[in-house]
Design a protein around this ligand. Structure first.
Ligand code: FES
Ligand SMILES: [Fe+2]
Length: 322
C-alpha cells in the first residue's frame, strides 16, 4: 500500500455498482497499490483486502454464498460480513479460529459508485449538487485509464487554456484562445474558481460561437467538478481512482438538463475528449505534479492550477506529487 495519510483517509470512487452486479456481486479493484475485493453481502457493499488468510488466494475470484457470505475459490473458506471465517469445509466439525479473518476497509455507495477508504475517513464523500435534482439527465462516462498521476489528471480537468489546442473546434477555437481573468477562492471545502470564460465554437448546439462561463470546484485531491453557467445546465463530477501513483482511472458523471441523443452518443462525445487529453497528460514530465510554485511556469490563466497546487501542498499531499 502506498503511504499517504491524506489519501489513505479519503474516499475513492472505485467502480460503478452496476459493474459489481454484472459480476455476480464480487469484483476486484486496486487502489494505491492495494488489491481489494468489493462484494455485496445482503444490502451492504463491503471492501476487504483481496486476500484469503489461508493461502493468500484472491477473494475476488470467489463467490457470494447464501446471499451474505463470501467463499474463497481455493478451499472454500467462507467469510461472513464482518470478515470472520465461519466455515472451513475440510473440517466441518471445527469452529474456524478467530484469527481466520479478512482485513476490512470502509465502503460506501454514493452516486451509483462504490467508494472505498483504506484508512479512517476524515471527510465525507463530496456533495454533487446536481445529483438529487430529477431535472438532470445523468450519464456515467469512463473509466478512462491513464498512465499518469491522479493530480496531473485533475489539473488537466481544471485547465481551460488547453481547450483551443487539445479540443480544437469542440471546446475552443484557436481564433479566440484568450482566457480573461477570473476569481479563485480556497477555503476548508477546497478550491472554487468562478467566472471562467472561454470562447467556444458551438456552445449550445445552435452553431453560433460564443463565450461560455464555467465554475470549477476541487472538493478533494482527486475529486473535482465544473458546471457551465448557462440556461441549459451542464455539469461534470470528476472522480479519479488512484490505482498506483502513476496509473489512474478517470470517471465522470456528466449531467445535463437538455441534450439530444442517446446516452451512447453523449458518452462517445466525452470519450473523444478524454482520448484527446490522454496522450498530453501521459507525456507530462515530471510525471508527479510539482507543488513548489518555483517549478514550471505559471500565468494568470493558470490561477486554478496554482490554487490547486498550493492547496495540495498545504494539505501535505505526497501521493502523485513532487
Ligand atoms: S486459500 Fe482461501 S480457502 Fe484456502
Ligand atoms: Fe482536456
Amino acid at each position: 500500500m502506498i503511504q499517504d495519510p491524506i489519501l489513505l483517509n479519503d474516499w475513492h470512487a472505485v467502480l460503478p455498482v452496476s459493474e459489481l452486479d454484472e459480476k455476480n456481486g464480487v469484483a476486484g479493484a486496486r487502489i494505491m497499490g492495494e488489491d481489494i475485493v468489493i462484494w455485496r453481502s445482503g444490502d451492504q457493499i463491503l471492501a476487504w483486502k483481496d486476500l484469503c488468510i489461508h493461502r493468500g488466494t484472491r477473494l475476488s475470484l470467489g463467490e457470494v454464498r447464501d446471499g451474505d457470505k463470501l467463499m474463497c475459490p481455493y478451499h472454500g473458506w467462507t467469510y461472513d460480513s464482518d470478515g470472520q471465517c465461519v466455515k472451513i469445509p475440510a473440517h466441518p466439525e471445527q469452529t474456524p479460529p478467530t484469527k481466520a479473518k479478512a482485513f476490512t476497509y470502509h465502503a460506501a455507495v454514493k452516486y451509483d459508485m462504490v467508494w472505498v477508504c483504506l484508512g479512517e475517513p476524515e471527510h465525507k464523500i463530496p456533495v454533487f449538487e446536481e445529483w438529487e435534482d430529477d431535472s438532470y439527465r445523468k450519464i456515467l462516462c469512463g473509466s478512462y485509464k491513464f498512465n499518469a498521476a491522479g493530480p496531473r489528471m485533475v489539473e488537466n480537468f481544471l485547465d481551460v487554456a488547453h481547450f483551443p489546442f487539445v479540443h480544437e473546434n469542440i471546446l475552443g477555437t484557436q481564433d479566440r484562445p484568450e482566457i480573461p481573468d477570473y476569481d479563485v477562492v480556497t477555503d476548508e471545502n477546497g478550491v472554487t474558481a468562478s467566472d471562467i470564460r472561454v470562447f467556444q465554437p458551438n456552445p449550445d448546439g445552435t452553431g453560433v460561437p460564443n463565450w461560455v462561463t464555467y465554475t470549477y470546484k476541487v472538493y478533494r485531491p482527486l475529486v473535482a467538478y465544473f458546471r457551465k453557467e448557462a440556461e441549459q445546465k451542464f455539469a461534470i463530477l470528476l472522480m479519479v481512482t488512484p490505482i498506483e501513483e502513476l496509473e489512474s482511472l478517470m470517471w465522470m458523471w456528466m449531467v445535463m438538463t437538455h441534450g439530444e441523443g442517446t446516452d451512447e452518443t453523449l458518452r462517445a462525445f466525452q470519450d473523444e475528449i478524454a482520448l484527446q487529453d490522454l496522450p498530453i497528460v501521459q507525456s507530462q514530465r515530471p510525471e508527479l505534479l510539482p507543488l513548489d510554485l518555483q517549478d514550471e511556469l505559471h500565468l494568470r490563466s493558470d490561477k486554478t492550477a496554482i490554487a490547486y497546487r498550493k492547496w495540495l501542498n498545504n494539505l501535505g499531499l505526497t501521493f502523485g506529487t513532487s
